[in-house]
Ligand binder design. Structure first.
Ligand SMILES: O=C(O)c1ccc[n+]([C@@H]2O[C@H](COP(=O)([O-])O)[C@@H](O)[C@H]2O)c1
Ligand SMILES: Cc1cc2nc[nH]c2cc1C
Length: 339
């Protein structure tokens, strides 16, 4: 069954209101379209200001990192988990600028990091299998990760979330992301595989060959989306997918970050058709898989600054533009006022 979209009637009313504002037709559409989307999601014109925007960073390790698919060592995953908790990570700085709440969760980090218990409360497993040679997860683990992600979304919505962002953290995670995008859309791996944290072209081609091997290993099992997450994904990617599905089901809009979130949005749409209507893309990272997936989902990035940090940072950076679209709907004079 297809998920209901944000209210088409309220969207039409929001567009009509936008058409009455003091400007030539369409003059601020790039911003006003965001305000109309939020109006339809909230079911009211004008939309309420976004006072409670929340990013959850899903952290996990990826067995395929052992094959040299990243320019950085896996120790970075735990290091940056502490960096986010300490408030010094890039996403924390950007989020403080915009009053966005940040939460980081260990969903599938290999080690047991020395972190407060609430950070590991939704942990699914230690690491995820090396997708070149084995499934990332069992089907039961994939289902559990999807359920954990839904529970996390429910907690964020209970805390008042008006807009949700799934951030990601994990050395190697651009490989399963590209693999899921390739497998879902039938794209050649080389077309959707990027340089991640900074591979050279030879490294990128080796990474694409590993993805081809992983896809060939899984064969027909890739037809089913939950099995696809188990075969090629990871605990953190499956949990973030469940988070996006649950947000869409609850009628809470989602801003998509980089290539990892684009893979998760792809999987959310495969599991819950219609979920994409609750999403907008925060930005375009240089990963080709991101553009490939956004094109298929029909999502147009808000920012295009070449950001490629992950952590949800690019989506958080786009939040002020969403808020500006809402403010235009709420505060701008009408053409009648000025004529
Ligand atoms: O958001 C993106 O598009 C993005 C692009 C390149 C790298 N990253 C981040 O870098 C890590 C993955 O890169 P890699 O090369 O280890 O696969 C992971 O922690 C991501 O958050 C993120
Ligand atoms: C330093 C560093 C910070 C990150 N944050 C998200 N992914 C990352 C990857 C690296 C390498």
């Amino acid at each position: 069954m297809t998920l209901p979209p944000p209210s088409p009637a309220v969207h039409a009313a929001a567009r009509a209101h936008a058409g009455s504002l003091a400007m030539p037709p369409g003059a601020l559409d790039g911003l006003v379209d965001l305000g109309c989307w939020i109006a339809a999601a909230q079911g009211q014109v004008p939309p309420a200001p976004l006072e409670n925007v929340r990013v959850v960073v899903f952290a996990g390790d990826h067995g395929v990192a052992a094959d040299g698919v990243s320019a950085f060592p896996t120790a970075i995953t735990v290091g940056m988990l502490h960096g986010i908790l300490a408030g010094g990570a890039g996403v924390c700085v950007i989020a403080r600028q915009h009053g966005v709440h940040v939460r980081v969760l260990d969903i599938g980090v290999d080690a047991d990091p020395d972190v407060p218990a609430e950070v590991t409360a939704h942990k699914v497993r230690h690491g995820s299998g090396n997708i070149r040679v084995e499934d990332a997860l069992t089907r039961e683990e994939a289902e559990r990760a999807l359920a954990e992600g839904a529970a996390i979304a429910a907690e964020e919505i209970a805390a008042g979330a008006q807009l949700l962002i799934a951030g990601d953290l994990g050395i190697g995670n651009t490989t399963p992301s590209a693999a899921l995008i390739a497998a879902t859309y039938g794209a050649p791996a080389a077309e959707v595989t990027g340089t991640g944290t900074g591979l050279d072209e030879a490294g990128r081609l080796r990474k694409a060959a590993i993805i081809d091997e992983a896809i060939a290993r899984c064969g027909d099992r890739l037809a089913d989306p939950v099995q696809r997450l188990a075969c090629l994904g990871s605990a953190d990617i499956a949990a973030a997918t469940g988070f996006m599905v649950a947000a869409a089901r609850a009628g809470v809009p989602v801003l998509v970050d980089g290539v990892i979130a684009a893979a998760e949005a792809t999987m959310a749409e495969a599991i819950a058709p219609g979920a994409k209507a609750w999403m907008r893309a925060g930005h375009r990272s240089p990963e080709p898989g991101l553009t490939y997936a956004l094109d298929r989902l029909g999502l147009e990035p808000i920012l295009d600054l070449g950001l490629r940090l992950g952590e949800g940072s690019g989506a958080v950076a786009a939040v002020p533009l969403v808020r500006t679209g809402i403010a235009l709907m709420r505060e701008m004079a009408t053409l009648a006022d000025v004529s």
